[in-house]
Design a protein around this ligand. Sequence first.
Ligand code: SF4
Length: 141
Amino acid sequence: MLAAPGLGGRAGEEIVANRPRFRGKRIKEDLASYARLLVDAGLVLGVCDWGFCVYREEYSACLGNAAGPNPARREPSTCARCQNFVVSEQHRPYWAIQVHRCQELLDEPALPLQTLRIVRARLDEARSLVRAIDCGRKESS
Ligand code: SF4
């Protein structure tokens, strides 16, 4: 994740803005020592199908505690708006499928208005994460 070209999500933007440039022969060693530095500073990384969680209790949208994220509230949409959330290339298929599913749902003529609003919000959310991943990939190539 630290060296991935396209990172999206609110914590992903933060990482891209603040991480050192890793180049040259020592890239593996430099990455390992940067990762150690972050772990020593208290970084706790969570992994799920839809992204990474760079866990910081004070920013957790799922209202986690000192032990970690709150499993009862941890779900893609909560993560997508969380300041701890990161997506990378490996999560693109998940969000691309969400875009597709939402588009299919919007074709349902009998969708209640409230559901329609939720599906539109989910579609915007998924599209913006896919865009962020693609954008980062283009910039790095
Ligand atoms: S909402 Fe998701 S990204 Fe945010 S702290 Fe909870 S698990 Fe981590």
